[in-house]
Design a protein around this ligand. Structure first.
Ligand SMILES: Cc1cc2nc3c(=O)[nH]c(=O)nc-3n(C[C@H](O)[C@H](O)[C@H](O)COP(=O)(O)O)c2cc1C
Length: 289
């Protein structure tokens, strides 16, 4: 056996329940690709799949739950960071803006969401690049005071992905992806004509987040939605029917999903249900928020 080497190998995370494992364990090389973990009390338990025949012991409820500190690089011990896969699916805001020189910019943001309703506000979050700490969408939104969120249908997935390409500010990304600019009603930034719906936004403010690396800036850009376009063909019985356009959402890694199944649930405290049961008013579903 060679001299032990101190490594915080990622394998340890997979083999042990995180809460019971000390941070550092000496790892010793045996030969070729074989290693051993050197420790006085040996607890190497292979994770067992739980089943009715092999139930989880009541005192080991956390046996297969890993814990890691997301501020410590690589602490998850997995080949890819799992954070974004856990917070999913995330809708994609396909942000169109105009540069101060009038060039159209278009880029997808999955740190995107609606954050309030009446008044309607949305946000997208830009994580800067080493050579360009403020991404173009952020810069343009601040400089011009407006942006548009285009909704991504499944048939636009490839075009959307194409517009994530890092190109100079002088490149029109709608043209790059073969899309058609359509004038907006209340803002100068154009919409993507092919998109099934659009939110015209007036820039409100940016909240800059603390950063783990001063070379990268993180800004959450908020906008007030001042106009909404919806293609008639996605409205069925007075409601937006997502199965007509299958919005694309981001999962983790390079994975996506599209919405093609919907189920409904009434709110437990929906007063209109009570009224319906008492018979003093017609049933009206008010679960809009
Ligand atoms: C589906 C998808 C979602 C993305 N989400 C984000 C995001 O939330 N924040 C971010 O900074 N970059 C995100 N990106 C990367 C940007 O789209 C990419 O850096 C783009 O070039 C930025 O363009 P811009 O500089 O014209 O704004 C995403 C890329 C894809 C394909």
């Amino acid at each position: 056996m060679e001299m032990p080497i101190l490594i915080q190998g990622f394998l340890k995370k997979r083999m042990f329940p995180a809460p019971t494992i000390p941070k550092m364990r000496p790892l010793a090389r045996l030969e070729n690709f074989d290693y051993t973990i050197v420790e006085s009390h040996f607890e190497l338990r292979k994770p067992k799949l739980m089943s009715p025949e092999n139930p989880r012991p009541p005192n080991q409820k956390d046996l297969h739950i890993m814990f890691y500190d997301p501020d410590v690089k690589g602490d998850h011990g997995l080949p890819h960071d799992p954070f974004k896969a856990l917070v999913s699916p995330r809708p994609i805001g396909w942000i169109s803006t105009l540069g101060s020189d009038g060039v159209i910019n278009l880029a997808p943001y999955s740190f995107f969401n609606a954050v309030s309703y009446f008044p309607s506000y949305v946000m997208f979050s830009s994580s800067g690049l080493k050579d360009d700490p403020m991404k173009h969408s952020w810069r343009n939104a601040e400089e011009t005071g407006e942006f548009v969120c285009n909704i991504v249908s499944s048939e636009l997935a490839d075009a959307m992905n194409m517009t994530a390409k890092h190109v100079p500010l002088s490149v029109d990304e709608m043209a790059l992806a073969g899309l058609t600019p359509e004038p907006s009603e209340k803002v100068k930034a154009p919409r993507v004509k092919e998109a099934p719906a659009h939110l015209e936004c007036e820039y409100w403010k940016t909240v800059e987040l603390p950063t783990n690396n001063p070379k990268f800036k993180h800004g959450v850009i908020f906008g007030h939605v001042v106009g909404i376009h919806i293609n008639d063909d996605i409205i069925v019985d007075g409601k937006v029917d997502v199965t007509r356009y299958n919005p694309v959402a981001r999962l983790g890694y390079m994975d996506y999903t599209q919405v093609d199944k919907v189920f409904s649930m009434d709110r437990p405290d929906d007063l209109s249900m009570g009224r319906k049961m008492l018979g003093d008013a017609p049933y009206k579903n008010k679960s809009d928020t």
